[in-house]
Design a protein around this ligand. Structure first.
Ligand code: NAP
Length: 328
């Protein structure tokens, strides 16, 4: 089968290599022109523009959520044809944008619980986790390569379950770390800041419940058990969830902080905390904590000079954030 991977970043290069090496697929990477020289070392084809009449069995879009609109438009303008289209973005909202550019095409949402970073130009996957996917279309039309990648691959019954279960893993200690320019272990170790994180997590779980979206377990993450933890006192959660976060990714800058440090003019906070706020509006559940994080991180992304007001100032940020929880 032929697969086009759109976006040759951490996920695109990693997934492209798995598809080529493990599943034996014919893989093309659609990359930025500046990336072509370094991608020439890979055994897959790399292009920055599709030739006329290009056709693939699958197109996997692995750009950031805020780049989906532009990438989808470029694909449509190129006239490329495909049997299936996949969105790999974290968070909530970009699948709809992507799918709307290809009406009638089978669409799947996919994610991984393996963190993948680019180091020295190469994708470096974490040691544990796997893939998960879901579709609103016919499941039996999914490709065979899903089970040939050498990783656990969960088929999830509902797209919203997949998206929200992954969102639960993505929102904790992500936006706050980006705002503070700190790593998750520092947030977990700070009592008031971690209390605020847990308040945001409880908001999210209330929103998911009110929208009747069932959470599901993902490879290496018992999401359903994490959701039950919310009923425990914060001190106990810090011992259980906090220890797990510190152990698994305590010293790693989370994705929103990576983007801040790279001076990206956009942020996926819109599809993470912003999506919690939007889902809250849909069902009338207040989300003051996620609203506060979304609003403040967006302001800093728009005007990076404002970052100085938050960086490293965990005591005052925690105070402001906890105060925001009192606004309904
Ligand atoms: N990394 C992870 O561990 C992980 C895990 C699960 C899910 N995800 C999700 O997967 C998505 C991709 O993440 P990532 O970490 O792989 O991001 P990334 O490293 O930034 O990769 C995206 C790549 O796509 C390129 N790109 C953007 N628009 C393009 C276009 N129109 N044509 C060609 N190339 C284009 C980007 O180039 P520029 O840099 O020039 O913009 C970049 O090289 C995100 O939504 C993320 O939330 C990531």
């Amino acid at each position: 089968m032929s697969v086009l991977v759109v976006g040759a970043g951490a996920i695109g290069q990693w997934l492209g290599a798995l598809l080529f090496e493990k599943a034996g697929e014919s893989v093309t990477l659609l990359a930025r022109p500046r990336q072509l020289e370094s991608l020439a070392r890979l055994p897959m084809t790399s292009l920055s523009e599709l030739p006329p009449g290009a056709q693939f069995d699958d197109i996997l879009v692995t750009v950031k959520a805020f780049q989906v609109e532009e990438a989808a438009r470029q694909l449509v303008e190129s006239g490329v044809k495909t049997r299936r289209l996949w969105g790999f973005q974290n968070g909530y909202g970009s699948d709809e944008i992507l799918a709307s550019h290809f009406p009638g095409v089978w669409f799947g949402a996919m994610t991984t619980t393996i963190p993948v970073y680019i180091e020295d130009g190469k994708p470096m996957p974490g040691p544990k986790g796997g893939l998960a996917w879901a579709t609103k279309h016919e499941k039996f039309l999914a490709p065979a390569w899903l089970n040939l990648l050498g990783l656990p691959c969960f088929a999830v019954a509902r797209v919203d379950s997949l998206k929200c279960s992954k969102l639960l893993l993505n929102i904790t200690c992500n936006a706050s770390c980006a705002l503070l320019d700190m790593v998750p272990a520092q947030v977990v170790a700070h009592g008031p800041m971690f209390d605020f994180e847990l308040a945001c997590l409880r908001e999210f779980l209330a929103v998911v419940k009110a929208n009747r979206i069932p959470l599901v377990d993902l490879p290496n993450y018992s999401v359903t058990q994490m959701a039950v933890l919310q009923r425990l006192p914060n001190l106990l959660i810090r011992g259980l969830l906090g220890a797990k976060i510190t152990d698994a990714r305590g010293q790693k800058p989370p994705s929103l902080l990576v983007d801040m440090r790279a001076h990206r003019p956009h942020s996926e906070v819109d599809v993470l905390n912003g999506a919690v706020v939007a889902l809250g509006h849909r069902c009338g559940v207040p989300t003051p904590g996620n609203t506060w994080l979304h609003h403040h991180l967006k302001a800093v992304v728009k005007d990076p000079l404002q970052w100085e007001r938050y960086r490293g100032q965990i005591d005052s940020v925690a105070r402001q954030a906890l105060q925001a929880l009192k606004t309904k």
